[in-house]
Design a protein around this ligand. Structure first.
Ligand SMILES: [Zn+2]
Ligand SMILES: [Zn+2]
Length: 123
């Protein structure tokens, strides 16, 4: 496959995944908002780069944050496990470090993250 065909295939697969995953509200009915924030410590740069991704009940339940690298088309930081565990235990906040699934660029390893989850008040 040439590069273009590869990119198109990757895109199609991503779209399929999006359809398969369903919505956040289907997966986690009690969740009203999920916020992922990440801090990339860039080597040689004083200000760390921060990035925030929000998920709402109507969002696709794909908790994957794309890598900053241009080489990483299909992979990235997978928060699915972290978020699933948090929702199961009804946790509202979690912090840690996460690495890209695929690349070994220093800025993509051990990126500091925090996840905040808001739940609907259920009685
Ligand atoms: Zn990377
Ligand atoms: Zn990567």
């Amino acid at each position: 496959m040439n590069r273009r065909a590869k990119m198109t295939a990757a895109k199609a697969e991503k779209m399929q995944q999006r359809l398969d995953a369903g919505l956040v509200s289907e997966l986690f009915p009690k969740v009203t908002e999920i916020v992922i924030s990440m801090q990339y410590s860039q080597t040689g740069v004083l200000e760390p780069l921060s990035r925030t991704v929000n998920f709402f009940p109507g969002s696709s339940a794909i908790f994957k944050v794309n890598c900053l690298c241009s080489e990483c088309v299909e992979s990235g930081f997978d928060f699915a496990k972290i978020i699933t565990t948090m929702v199961k235990t009804h946790k509202t906040g979690s912090k840690g470090e996460i690495s890209c699934e695929n690349c070994s660029a220093p800025e993509c390893l051990d990126v500091a993250y925090s996840v905040t989850i808001k739940y609907a008040h259920m009685r």
